[in-house]
Design a protein around this ligand. Structure first.
Ligand SMILES: [Zn+2]
Length: 119
């Protein structure tokens, strides 16, 4: 017998993972350690009075996000200005795409894990 699978999305890290069809509730997390971290974040949210519309992040995480978003915005403006001026060549489009992709990659590489987060 073959088991059908579908994908779930981890409520902690956001990564997709396969879920085997079967009895019981499908897992909410991609791995046990993420279930544990989510539990700890919820517990800390209660302790610190974090509201459902708030998230507690480490300062270095928040600063890294803010800086990466700024670089992405600047890259987007650079690319728009470069491509709007004149008639860009294919090479200029490729260069612009590489510039934007690098800024997106910087953003993707930031590990965003909340310290406290309520359900
Ligand atoms: Zn996960």
């Amino acid at each position: 017998m073959t088991q059908s699978t579908k994908n779930g999305r981890c409520e902690w890290c956001g990564v997709e993972y396969p879920i085997s069809a079967g009895p019981g509730r499908p897992p909410r997390y991609c791995r046990r350690s993420h279930r544990q971290r989510a539990y700890e974040a919820r517990r800390l949210a209660v302790e610190r009075g974090i509201r459902p519309d708030e998230v507690l992040l480490a300062r270095h995480t928040w600063e890294a996000l803010r800086d990466a978003l700024y670089r992405l915005e600047a890259a987007s403006e650079d690319v728009a200005m470069d491509l709007m001026a004149g008639r860009p060549t294919k090479a200029e489009y490729v260069e612009a795409l590489a510039h934007l992709t690098a800024a997106v990659r910087d953003l993707q590489e930031i590990a965003v894990e909340p310290i406290a987060l309520s359900d």
